[in-house]
Design a protein around this ligand. Structure first.
Ligand SMILES: NC(=O)C1=CN([C@@H]2O[C@H](COP(=O)(O)OP(=O)(O)OC[C@H]3O[C@@H](n4cnc5c(N)ncnc54)[C@H](OP(=O)(O)O)[C@@H]3O)[C@@H](O)[C@H]2O)C=CC1
Ligand SMILES: CC1=C(/C=C/C(C)=C/C=C/C(C)=C/C=O)C(C)(C)CCC1
Length: 334
């Protein structure tokens, strides 16, 4: 059994919970609904024969992703700005018997991404899976941080997602087949202090990912899967040595194996550990409230049924009350 762990035999509703699923609920037949919310363990797909591009492949998680995809039999395209680290990952993956193509790419430069994408298409072929994993953090207090470092975080963690998708999605759409994975962070769902650049970029990544997933769904491109990965602090890589007293950092291999389960299970999102779903769900509840408010407002605008409390109506009441207050104060001052 791939990625077996002691918890594999237990059934956790949070594991199967699919946050974009509530939209599916309203639009898809009961069978699909059941699949999104089922308690049954997911079937893991095969990636044998897929061409999988991993960014940041020389880094802690990127290297482990490359090795896990290699074990699964995928052909690899590895991107990183650190040539030596990337080549090292490539050698380790080749030792597992798969074809590996390593490229030195600076993801903070749009033209660099487009040029490298053209080279990959010409030299290797159409990429069918993209794992947007590369990431950076300025790691300094906002007011002490050079502007360029702050900008770089947004360029690498967020803007690069636009250019990667523009470069690699079209052939996927032509075949209605592919998979785009976004390695975001728990800090794309809620915030903590002193990481303004990182939070801004990861919130951007989460928003980008959700919107793309909905766009593909609206365009009936169900053959193109998307997975959002939101890990807590990992005991390696960019946050190595960073600890919070309550919860110990995650082990990198555990993080990547949990991510692989979600990717191969075609899950739309995974929070690692599950505790991270709690602040996420708190936000989701807020969003549902906003959608309901919007719906009430539209109902009112369409001449909603008596008894409906509409925000639109309430706003008119507020405006009338304010007008009365102003009239009263004019009277007082006269
Ligand atoms: N580690 C953690 O605690 C957590 C990490 N994540 C996310 O996981 C992902 C991987 O993180 P992790 O493995 O820890 O990070 P690492 O720093 O270990 O690896 C990131 C890799 O990306 C490369 N990279 C950085 N900038 C660029 C660029 N402009 N162009 C190309 N490659 C670049 C880095 O190269 P170089 O070393 O030369 O900069 C490095 O090889 C990131 O998106 C991160 O935000 C999410 C939650 C927690
Ligand atoms: C709010 C919150 C927590 C704090 C989480 C933090 C501070 C996460 C930091 C994550 C990082 C640095 C990710 C990097 O990508 C806990 C302790 C899980 C408990 C549940 C609520």
């Amino acid at each position: 059994d791939r990625f077996s762990s002691p918890s594999d035999n237990k059934l956790f509703i949070s594991e199967r919970f699919n946050p974009l699923g509530y939209i599916k609920w309203t639009s898809k037949p009961a069978s699909r609904m059941f699949c999104s919310w089922t308690l049954l363990p997911p079937r893991l797909k095969s990636v044998e024969g897929e061409l999988c591009l991993i960014t940041g492949a020389g880094g802690a998680l990127g290297r482990l992703f490359a090795l896990e995809f290699a074990k699964e039999g995928a052909q690899l395209v590895l991107w990183d700005c650190d040539t030596a680290a990337n080549e090292h990952t490539a050698r380790l993956a080749r030792d597992l018997g798969v074809k590996v193509h390593a490229y030195t790419v600076d993801l903070s430069k749009r033209e660099n991404i487009y040029e490298a994408a053209d080279r990959v298409r010409a030299e290797v072929g159409d990429v069918t899976m993209v794992v947007n994993n590369a990431g950076v953090v300025a790691g300094r207090r906002l007011l002490d941080c050079p502007d360029e470092l702050l900008e770089r975080t947004l360029l690498v963690n967020c803007h690069a997602l636009f250019w990667m998708t523009k470069a690699f999605l079209p052939p996927m759409k032509a075949r209605n087949h592919g998979h785009i994975v976004t390695i975001a962070s728990a800090l794309g769902l809620f915030t903590t202090s002193c990481v303004e650049d990182y939070c801004a970029s990861k919130f951007g990544a989460v928003g980008f990912h959700e919107s793309l997933a909905l766009e593909l769904q609206a365009e009936n491109q169900g053959g193109i899967k998307t997975t959002l990965v939101c890990p807590y602090i990992v005991n390696s890589g960019m946050f190595a040595g960073c600890e919070i007293s309550l919860i110990p950092p995650l082990e990198p291999l555990y993080t990547v194996q949990e991510s692989m389960k979600a990717i191969l299970g075609e899950q739309q999102m995974v929070c690692i550990p599950r505790l991270i779903y709690i602040p996420f769900l708190a936000r989701l509840q807020e969003n549902i409230f906003l959608i309901c408010s919007h719906f009430c407002e539209q109902t009112a605008a369409m001449g909603g049924k008596p008894g409906n409390i509409s925000l639109h109506g309430r706003r008119q009441v507020h405006a009338a009350v304010h007008q009365q207050d102003r009239d009263q104060s004019d009277l007082n001052s006269a």
